[in-house]
Write a protein that binds this ligand. Structure first.
Ligand SMILES: *[C@@H]1O[C@H](CO)[C@@H](O)[C@H](O)[C@H]1NC(C)=O
Ligand SMILES: *[C@@H]1O[C@H](CO)[C@@H](O)[C@H](O)[C@H]1NC(C)=O
Ligand SMILES: *[C@@H]1O[C@H](CO)[C@@H](O)[C@H](O)[C@H]1NC(C)=O
Ligand SMILES: *[C@@H]1O[C@H](CO)[C@@H](O)[C@H](O)[C@H]1NC(C)=O
Ligand SMILES: *[C@@H]1O[C@H](CO)[C@@H](O)[C@H](O)[C@H]1NC(C)=O
Ligand SMILES: *[C@@H]1O[C@H](CO)[C@@H](O)[C@H](O)[C@H]1NC(C)=O
Ligand SMILES: *[C@@H]1O[C@H](CO)[C@@H](O)[C@H](O)[C@H]1NC(C)=O
Ligand SMILES: *[C@@H]1O[C@H](CO)[C@@H](O)[C@H](O)[C@H]1NC(C)=O
Length: 682
């Protein structure tokens, strides 16, 4: 393992060795600037790129506010990442970082001090919980451990005993490039004779505090005179529009209309992201508000909160968190000045690698982007709309799984079992088969969008749920021929009538001139070697693609199997877990299947890449781009088969690739298996 010298803080101290595992290399901070865009392009208040603020560190993976979460955020985010600490005060006045005033939310305190809960008025609401003000720092430090407060995230690290840390420890030991303290409750602590004011003034004499935010006007007004805006900026945090700000008794919604007032005690505002891009009840995005432009006019910076990769995003983003960040930092009208995120790698990529990326930005040659049933993440698979979207999104190859109608017409559909291939009507008990229906009947069927992650309550673009029309193979070929950006088509033959389908495909290809067509490559895919043999020698335009099963990974004769594949195929499709096997969603290892196939000059295409975070291992940090990057840079795959071609095609154009040793940490591939090692083996 190589560790470049320029990253000493995360490379050297014992206990941080984990980063040597998680990142293949530690990257040089100093070189990162070159990967960023010139600042002139940013319509932020300062003209500088937006800030990434890591809420509780990388709290999307590790326990919020733990040193490991802060370390990871520091190691894989933009070089000026700001680490956010939610400050709570102990009985003896120590400032600790914990995400909630109720410590039991993200620690094991309830099991340690079984009788320690109390009921207090928190902003006039009686609240039961374990409150920091009932414990001295000594009673918490190294006795209570932090754990994952969000149930949908892995609790694998709860047993690691991460201690509650103080603000001073965060500042002095982790040495964040920027420190952001959030004071969610001042009035509450004041009622208990503990002074946040005294704490923030004294801590800022010991360490540099870059930002202090609070949702309480009185607190910010009180401390304003104690801080130089050039050193420490004060930020007013807006809560829900209908919630009451405790010191003015006005709602946050009405305070939003009074930004000149806010400007008297703060230099910026922090708003929930839907203040800027509202989302309607059906999870579609509405036009953006004027909040950012208005606040900039009032001379206020604008920070947006609540960014997480692991809840369903608005459908407009196609489950792709980078698209969401881009809408806040890279739209026609404004850029926010910073984003508060539980997954700081993703805004780092968005800002440094993807913002202001033209459609014509130069693209890496590899991997080849192959659609799965067209852009089936956005439209019903194998419909005209899915294919048109795949082409517009930058797929280089679009795919047609061929089925035969009763009258012999070859057409595109994911399965010959119509119930399986997402057709609304008919819906009989054990499936209606496409070969029982003539093409003119199939044409009238209503397509349905596939929802492979429905059991996690994650759905695809409901507005286009039944949109589009099915197409014949010859329609598909005609459509492909007209699309100048395509380099090929993939014809997939997995049909029980294999041989007759092969004949029909052959005929359609010849009729459309694809056997001789110069510009488009024809890939014929099957898991049945006899089907592929039907095409062998038919045209030098055909690439025969074998869909391999698990035997080529670890069957007794894996090596001879691979040699044999070479006799009937030119390339191979494998599934993701043949390359990175996983256990309980942690990747355990990397197999040698890709180098073995490539040694036989067989390119390797991998399926299926989807944006929904539930389809990805923990290693990939709920970010589809991180997943693609590992398959490309670590496994060196030749092609990606995806439901969401936009994400894969955009990955290839990002400006942080191909910069060799200057590769920034957020575009370094995570080393699959390291998290499994670190977790102590699930
Ligand atoms: C802890 O707080 C977070 C954020 O407010 C919330 O999503 C989560 O459900 C809470 N967990 C528990 C155990 O109350
Ligand atoms: C908690 O309170 C109960 C009842 O008041 C008492 O019996 C028990 O010993 C207490 N436990 C601790 C750990 O203080
Ligand atoms: C706070 O201090 C005041 C004055 O010393 C005292 O009357 C009050 O009881 C204290 N409150 C708490 C919650 O300790
Ligand atoms: C803005 O808020 C201040 C303080 O609450 C108040 O005095 C002032 O009237 C408000 N201005 C407007 C236009 O609401
Ligand atoms: C979000 O998607 C819906 C449905 O396609 C569309 O009507 C709406 O205009 C989109 N919102 C934005 C802000 O683009
Ligand atoms: C067709 O697909 C449906 C839905 O997956 C399944 O329930 C049914 O068993 C299938 N029919 C046959 C004959 O395989
Ligand atoms: C492969 O295709 C041939 C020709 O269509 C067929 O006879 C054979 O049963 C198929 N093999 C499998 C495993 O499906
Ligand atoms: C990982 O794979 C390599 C080679 O395939 C093997 O030697 C090693 O034992 C595997 N490690 C684990 C932890 O499974």
């Amino acid at each position: 393992m190589v560790c470049k010298q320029a990253f000493p803080a995360t490379c050297n101290p014992r206990g941080r060795a984990f980063f040597l595992l998680l990142l293949q290399y530690c990257s040089a901070v100093l070189t990162l600037v070159s990967a960023q865009e010139p600042s002139a392009r940013w319509p932020t208040l300062s003209g500088k790129p937006p800030l990434v603020i890591a809420r509780g560190g990388f709290s999307g993976l590790f326990p919020d506010s733990s040193s490991i979460a802060y370390d990871l955020a520091r190691a894989i985010s933009l070089p000026n990442v700001h680490l956010w600490c939610d400050v709570q005060l102990t009985k003896d006045g120590a400032g600790i970082c914990a995400p909630s005033v109720k410590l039991e939310n993200a620690t094991d305190i309830a099991t340690i001090y079984k009788n320690g809960s109390r009921v207090y008025q928190v902003n006039k609401v009686p609240t039961r919980g374990w409150f920091s003000l009932d414990f001295t720092y000594k009673e918490l430090a190294n006795i209570v451990s932090l754990n994952q407060g969000v149930y949908s995230r892995t609790n694998r690290f709860d047993s690691h005993g991460y201690a509650i840390i103080t603000v001073d420890h965060l500042a002095k030991t982790i040495k964040p490039p920027g420190l952001w303290l959030n004071i969610q409750y001042d009035e509450f602590f004041t009622q208990h004779n503990l002074s946040m004011t005294r704490f923030v003034l004294s801590v800022s004499r010991r360490v540099k505090v870059d930002y202090i935010s609070s949702p309480e006007v009185a607190f910010l007004t009180r401390i304003a005179s104690g801080f130089q805006p050039t050193t420490t900026k004060l930020v007013f945090r807006f809560l829900g529009r209908d919630e009451i700000e405790p010191s003015t008794s006005q709602t946050y919604g009405s305070l939003l209309k009074n930004l000149t007032f806010v400007k008297t005690f703060a230099s910026g505002i922090l708003v929930p992201k839907d203040y800027i891009w509202p989302v309607d009840a059906t999870l579609y995005l509405q036009p953006h508000t004027s909040v950012v432009v208005d606040a900039h006019k009032a001379g206020l910076e604008v920070f947006a909160s609540d960014f997480v990769n692991d809840v369903p995003l608005s459908y407009n983003y196609s489950h792709d968190p980078i698209s969401e960040y881009l809408s806040f930092v890279n739209n026609a009208d404004f850029s926010v000045d910073g984003v508060l995120s539980d997954f700081p790698i993703t805004p780092s990529e968005a800002i440094a690698c993807f913002a202001h990326l033209g459609r014509k930005a130069s693209s890496q040659a590899k991997p080849l982007i192959i659609s799965k049933y067209g852009a089936s993440g956005d439209y019903p698979g194998c419909t005209d709309l899915a294919y048109e979207k795949a082409i517009a999104d930058g797929a280089e190859v679009i795919d047609c799984p061929v089925q035969l109608a009763k009258d012999g017409t070859p057409f595109c559909l994911s399965s010959e079992n119509l119930t399986e291939s997402a057709v609304v009507d008919p819906k009989p008990v054990d499936g209606v088969f496409s070969f029982n229906l003539a093409w003119n009947q199939i044409q009238t069927l209503i397509p349905a969008i596939a929802n492979p992650s429905a059991k996690y309550k994650m759905f695809r673009n409901p507005k286009s749920q039944n949109a589009g029309k099915f197409v014949t193979l010859s329609d598909f070929l005609a459509l492909s021929k007209n699309a100048k950006s395509l380099t090929g088509v993939l014809i997939n033959i997995e049909n029980t009538q294999g041989v007759s389908v092969a004949d029909a495909v052959n005929e359609a290809l010849i009729k459309a001139g694809f056997d001789k067509q110069a510009s488009l490559k024809v890939m014929i895919q099957s898991s049945n070697s006899s089907v592929l043999m039907k095409f062998k020698g038919k045209s030098n335009k055909y690439e025969l693609v074998y869909k391999a099963d698990g035997n080529i990974v670890d069957g007794p004769n894996a090596d001879s199997t691979i040699k044999n594949i070479k006799t009937f195929a030119d390339s191979v499709v494998v599934s993701k877990d043949f390359i990175f096997p996983e256990l309980q969603a942690f990747i355990t290892n990397i197999t040698d299947i890709v180098p073995k196939l490539q040694a036989e000059k067989l390119p390797v295409y991998v399926e299926t890449f989807s944006n929904e975070f539930v389809t990805q291992s923990w290693d990939f940090l709920s970010d589809a781009t991180v997943e693609i990057n590992a398959f490309v840079q670590v496994a060196n795959v030749d092609g990606i088969i995806t439901d969401f071609p936009n994400t894969a095609a955009r990955y290839k154009r990002n400006r942080c690739l191909g910069v060799g040793k200057k590769s920034p940490p957020y575009m370094e591939p995570v080393k699959p298996g390291s998290l499994y090692e670190f977790s102590g083996h699930p």
